[in-house]
Design a protein around this ligand. Structure first.
Ligand code: NI
Length: 182
């Protein structure tokens, strides 16, 4: 397995919609293994093919110690209930923005052998599913922010959380997720 360089914000490869995966062969397995290795090295909670420069409908996710590989994903359910969290992306390292996402998501796709899979997630897993799905369409999490939304550095976020804790205010919706960057 090889850690591959992660494509950064501004590179047009992040803006390219992925092609469907049609060959479930050994090469695909190698790409998926490299993506998992690259995600763990970063470290991150997910990685899309675009982030290693490949225009494919392919991503990996790792949340709560479970690893998912997903080709040709299709989101089949998003809850009306939403959650706000400070989301980040490995292609925009060091930054976060408060992003609203569906609290629960169900996605269907295929694993490396072409077998059909279905992943049902809530909170961090639901967020990771939506974040990676967007990458595969050539979208980034900052695209979906409302007008006037802040994008802040991780240092600034940590400072705000400390300040908030010092004041012992209820943290409410502004919690920092375990999701990290994806
Ligand atoms: Ni990302």
């Amino acid at each position: 397995m090889t850690v591959r360089p992660i494509v950064r914000f501004g590179d047009p490869r992040l803006r390219t919609r992925g092609e469907r995966v049609t060959r479930f062969d050994r090469h695909l397995g190698t790409v998926i293994d490299d993506m998992i290795e690259t995600m763990r090295d970063a470290p991150g909670a997910g990685l899309a093919a675009q982030q290693i420069g490949l225009a494919l409908q392919l991503c990996v996710i790792e949340v709560d110690g479970r690893t998912y590989e997903l080709a040709n994903p299709r989101i089949v359910h998003l809850s009306d209930e939403t959650e706000d969290a400070w989301e980040g992306c490995l292609s925009l390292p060091g930054f976060r923005a408060l992003r609203s996402r569906a609290a629960r998501a169900v996605v269907e796709g295929q694993d490396r052998t072409g077998r059909k899979i279905r992943i049902s997630g809530r909170s961090e897993l639901a967020r990771a599913i939506q974040h990676e799905y967007d990458h595969l369409q050539g979208e980034l999490y900052v695209d979906g922010l409302p007008a006037g939304a802040e994008i802040i550095t991780e240092e600034e976020l940590d400072a705000r959380i400390e300040e908030r804790q010092r004041r012992a205010e209820a943290s409410g919706s502004e919690r920092r997720p375990e999701l990290g960057q994806a």
